[in-house]
Design a protein around this ligand. Sequence first.
Ligand code: GLY
Length: 426
Amino acid sequence: MPFSRRDFVKTSVVGALATGVGAQASLASNLGGNGWPSQDSSNASQSGSFKRPIIVCANNGYAHLEDAFVFLKGGGDTLDAALKVVKGPEDDPKDDSVGLGGLPNEEGVVELDACCMHGPTRRAGSVGGVRNIKNVSLVSNAVMQHTGHVMLVGEGAERFAVAMGFPRENLLTEHSRKIWLLWKEFHSTDDWWGPGLADPHWPPPASKTTSDKPQAELREDRIRNLQARAADLGIPPELQLAAVRTVLFPPTGTIHCSALNDKGEISGCTTTSGLAFKLSGRCGDSPIIGAGCYTDQDVGSAGATGSGEENIKVAGAHTIVENMRHGMSPQEAGLDALKRIVRNYNGDLNRLRFIDMTYYILRKDGAYAGVSLWEGYSKGNPHKIAIHDGTHRAEVAVNLLKGYSQEFPPFPEIPEDLKKDSEYLK
Ligand code: GLY
């Protein structure tokens, strides 16, 4: 079945590109109201007081909020509460964005980043590029508590973790290994990875006939071939399309959590396996104090998930906390940080559509907001934040730009007939 034209142009961005509208013009059409969204729909816009205690986190922490909230309400420390939330996904082999089962780097090795900040004592800890230790959020806490440093990286961080009693283990699950192998074989044109000449699945180099095919057909072929390779690698049918999407759009999964108690003490932490298939040694924003996480006991706390390189350049979490210090609401503060990312690309949607960013923001009085650059990765999958303030819920983040991001590399919608049984679409 051919690609659906209707699906392909369903976002304003892609529509603008398809009609040849210039980047600045298309940016204007992607903004709400008179330009940037002005309506503040976060709870900070409501008059009156806000609820405390409260925990705010990325939506992949949703299932772990209840226990952490009970702990916090019972007098538990704010950082310990936040760490309880993020430890859940770190321990979960099915969450391929953090800890055990995280997607590996280009060499097939899982490398993790994390940081934490404890508001009441104004301390911070961080680790980057750590191998073989799944609970790196706790290791960042140990750096904070048991060293005079703030950041440890690589082998030194791993040896420190072992000295602190963290067990070494293989973090690469079979499922993540197969996805990495699919990625490796897909990108292998000039080396010996993938089926050889004698293999019935050997893909011949693109012929003249093939290269004359319309782009849409070539892309469709590419998805079908990838799905066939996924089947050969033993990826179960219901997970094949998700694996294909991961190969085509390497994700930057992460979890951030901020926690505030009834005394107004506040802390935050962020943990990740980082950008899938990254270069070995790449550190994203998550372990960078002020980018992936920042907490100031006088003001509040913020954290990020999304394109780490972009967030580092705007010092996102620190920018947001400073914005709140100077009077912005949590939502205004977050949208301002997103605008700085847009500014860094002069509003060029041809580039911005390959970037995504969500900020999780909690002010010291209990006001909070979730903001994102785009509505979500795809229609029906909006960016969400999870909250517990006595009521356990998820809320859709307020987006700066209308439409859906397409992560790198660019690729159109997946054909309808391949969407069947896809985990990704659930
Ligand atoms: N935000 C996670 C990363 O880019 O590594």
